[in-house]
Design a protein around this ligand. Structure first.
Ligand code: SF4
Length: 476
């Protein structure tokens, strides 16, 4: 996926950009980068963060660095931010999103024989570079950012830094968030220092001393400078924000569109408990994002919450996601440590954020049975995943047929996929129920009940019409 952070200030911004970008590390596992405008021009560094924490990778780059403006990005795919010198001037650029028509846009751009793309890697266009090409074809940054919204199929939120200020443009359907914070403090000489930041995750704000002052609407563009916030282009009407941010990707301390992630997860777990009649000894969550759903379930059902698994954090602090499935399963297994005293002879109910391939949850259930669990009941906090996300890029690209629910349909339909799978998206439909039974049995669970899509949407509380739920029902 990815995240963006930037600061413009009357004082130095280096440490704020460093820590603020680091606070987006949960949103991407591939590349991290920072760019500053200094007296010598751009100072930019990009590093691979696949198995190293952002802060450890970038610490050495900060030596002697001073700047009043900088941006950082965490990315699951392309190296960024990119630094550009064009007819519009110098700028640095970071993006979050996915361009489904990248090749068509590049071919169109090549009609101008002076345009070329420099950052091709394994035949893949660097999407941030392509965005810069679109921007550079227009007369102003504002027109360039509006052109991005018009031309990109998929989604794209943008952070663009000039030597004087920051342009922030949220995706035209607001699939990913952008917020603005402000802080005023005395600098080391006692002079008032005024700073504005823009961030994908609002959880960055408090510890860095910022107050949230504005949340961009879908497609809205703002400009931040030391003079404050200027609205460049108004928000659009329609929003389709990614519902998965609340269920899984977002950080618990973040709030989007007025709904805090942790609170949403409590509501989500509570809703599952209200529909459940099961009798168990304790409720647990699969670390990390399953925990809050489980707390919500436990509070509502009054069944004790416990931790039959703990994560070994001293050396697995970062979510390491190797491409190879076997290594990934091994890493997942090694990270979680069972506590046999809480498992032996117990009827356990586990909440997880979702079931993707099912491999991990199946292995977790096997481990619990090996520790003599009596029953293992599983409650994913979102409905069965049936569609691959067409709007955001993730480190691990998976085909739709890797999704456990799709494979179940394939098996139930006698080894073929029906053209229309709407009946499998409807929790009241017999086909849906047969799919869930099949999944629960094949993974060895005592019972499996997925979150109801309406309850999940209600737990977010901003209205179904403002959310993207494509992963679950193909409606984005
Ligand atoms: S398809 Fe799923 S992951 Fe992608 S934007 Fe929609 S809800 Fe989010």
């Amino acid at each position: 996926m990815g995240g963006l952070f930037g600061v413009v200030s009357t004082g130095d911004v280096v440490m704020d950009v460093y820590f603020g970008t680091d606070y987006h590390s949960h949103l991407g596992a591939s590349k991290g980068g920072m760019a500053f405008w200094t007296q010598e021009g751009f100072c930019r560094s990009i590093h691979n963060i696949e198995n190293v924490q952002f802060r450890a990778r970038f610490e050495a780059d900060l030596e002697g660095l001073k700047s009043n403006i900088g941006i950082g990005s965490i990315s699951d795919t392309d190296p960024q931010p990119l630094t550009v010198r064009s007819q519009l001037g110098n700028y640095a650029l970071g993006t979050v999103g996915r361009i489904n028509n990248a090749c068509q846009l590049a071919d169109k751009a090549f009609k101008n024989p002076n345009v070329h793309l420099l950052e091709i890697n394994k035949n893949r266009i660097n999407q941030t570079e392509l965005i810069s090409v679109i921007i550079d074809c227009e007369d102003t940054f504002k027109d360039g950012l509006l052109a991005v919204q018009e031309k990109v199929e998929g989604s794209c939120s943008v952070l663009l830094m000039t030597p004087q200020g920051l342009y922030a443009g949220r995706d035209k359907f607001g699939r990913t968030p952008l917020k603005v914070g402000k802080k005023e403090e005395d600098d080391e000489k006692g002079k008032l220092k005024s700073s504005y930041c823009v961030t994908s995750e609002s959880c960055t704000l408090t510890n860095l001393g910022y107050q949230m002052i504005y949340e961009l609407g879908p497609g809205e563009i703002v400009y931040l400078s030391t003079d404050g916030l200027e609205k460049v282009s108004p928000p659009r009407k329609d929003m389709r924000m990614c519902a998965f941010l609340w269920v899984y990707y977002g950080y618990p301390a973040s709030t989007y569109e007025g709904t805090n992630v942790e609170m949403m997860r409590y509501n989500c777990g509570a809703a599952m408990a209200r529909r459940d009649k099961i009798e168990v000894d304790s409720v647990a969550g699969v670390p990390d994002s399953g925990l809050a759903h489980a707390i919500g379930y436990s509070n509502e059902s009054k069944i004790p919450y416990c931790r039959p698994f703990v994560k070994y954090t001293p050396t697995w602090a970062r979510s390491f996601t190797p491409q190879n499935q076997e290594v990934r399963s091994l890493v997942a297994r090694m990270k979680l440590m069972p506590i046999p005293e809480l498992i032996m002879g117990k009827r356990l109910l586990f909440c997880d954020d979702s079931i993707v391939r099912g491999t991990q949850m199946r292995e977790t259930a096997n481990l619990l049975y090996r520790c003599y669990a009596k029953e293992v009941h599983v409650r994913p906090a979102c409905p069965p995943l049936l569609f691959r996300c067409p709007y955001l890029n993730f480190t691990i690209t998976r085909s739709e047929m890797e999704l456990a629910a799709r494979r179940a349909i394939f098996d139930l339909e006698g080894g073929k996929m029906p053209d229309n799978i709407d009946s499998y998206c409807d929790p009241e439909n017999e086909k849906y129920m047969a799919m869930v039974d099949y999944l629960g049995e094949s993974m060895g669970f005592s019972s499996l009940v997925y979150q109801n899509i309406h309850d999940m949407v209600d737990a977010i509380g901003i209205g179904a019409e403002k959310l993207c739920t494509y992963c679950w029902n193909g409606k984005g």
